[in-house]
Ligand binder design. Structure first.
Ligand SMILES: [Zn+2]
Length: 298
């Protein structure tokens, strides 16, 4: 039986999510790989650590890299009886299986030690029942992979560990330049823009739209306050609006439409106060300011 400490699982999951955060588009995801250390007592293996060794679009570690890899393991650890008991890698969004390459890699591990095993983690497979990984060995005659039982040293909620790490690791959008006159601010795939007419008649209302484009077709809740002001007179048109916006599969959408009346200015700024994208992080997008220019027609 293979025993895995919760902390070791968390460490490898963290490495996996750093390379494949579910809050990022899957085209940014990368696979990653680590070496599993442990102690072997008769038929049982107690895992003590997983050491990250690399990441990329396709991961496998050639045996020639191992010298470099072994240097990561301190001599004290070897003295304490820790040995390499296997390897771990991720299949973000691809499912749990052993590919042809994985089978070959695993055969190399088993040729060094028959009890060596390969762990495959797909964070998208994590749910309340499953930690999102399988452990495999390969049949030495048929080369067919088969799953091996494991247990954790303590019970815990896989889903909440996953959610907590996902939120911790999600980079906070830094879209927020100070005062700018740009129509759009963006960070990675997230963008906010103002859309409206390029010309408007003096003292007549026109519509200005605040458009949000989000990267993930998932559940979002956006909360914000808005203030609109006039750049030439510094007059704040306290347009404070509070809205909540829900959408189940939002790729892009108009957050709000404002009706404005031009006076003698042609530069209008819209300030979002305490904009927040909830569910993914509790961080605020600090007061981004978007500018919009409208030419006045007499
Ligand atoms: Zn694989």
């Amino acid at each position: 039986m293979i025993q895995i400490p919760k902390e070791v699982y968390k460490k490898f999951l963290k490495f996996a999510l750093e390379n494949a955060n579910p809050l990022e588009r899957s085209r940014y995801w990368r696979e990653c790989i680590g070496l599993i250390l442990g102690r072997i007592n008769d038929e049982s293996i107690i895992v003590t650590d997983i050491i990250p060794i690399g990441s990329g679009s396709s991961v496998f570690v050639d045996i020639s890299d191992y010298e470099k890899v072994f240097s990561l393991i301190s001599f004290e650890r070897i003295d304490q009886g820790e040995v390499i008991v296997g390897w771990a890698h991720t299949h973000p969004g691809l499912g749990l299986f052993f590919s042809g390459t994985d089978i070959e890699t695993q055969r190399t591990y088993q040729s060094m030690h028959s009890q060596s095993f390969g762990l495959v983690l797909d964070p998208t497979k994590i749910n309340s029942q499953s930690p999102g990984f399988n452990i495999y060995r390969v049949d030495s005659y048929t080369s067919r992979p088969y799953t091996v039982d494991f247990l954790f040293n303590e019970e815990f909620d896989f889903l909440s560990v996953h959610e907590q790490l996902t939120q911790e690791l999600f980079e906070i959008p830094e879209i927020l330049p100070a005062l700018t006159a740009k129509h759009t601010v963006s960070w990675k795939d997230i963008s906010l823009s103002l859309d409206g007419p390029s010309h408007a008649h003096l003292n007549e209302p026109f519509l200005l739209k605040l458009v949000l484009k989000m990267p993930h077709p998932q559940f979002f809740r956006v909360t914000y306050n808005v203030k609109i002001y006039n750049a030439s007179t510094s007059h704040t048109q306290d347009f404070v609006e509070k809205r909540e916006y829900f959408h189940e599969s939002l790729d892009s959408g108009t957050l709000a439409v404002f009706s404005l009346v031009t006076n003698n200015t042609n530069r209008i700024f819209l300030q979002l106060i305490n904009m927040r994208i909830a569910d993914y992080n509790q961080k605020y997008l600090d007061s981004p300011v978007l500018g919009f220019e409208v030419k006045i027609q007499e």
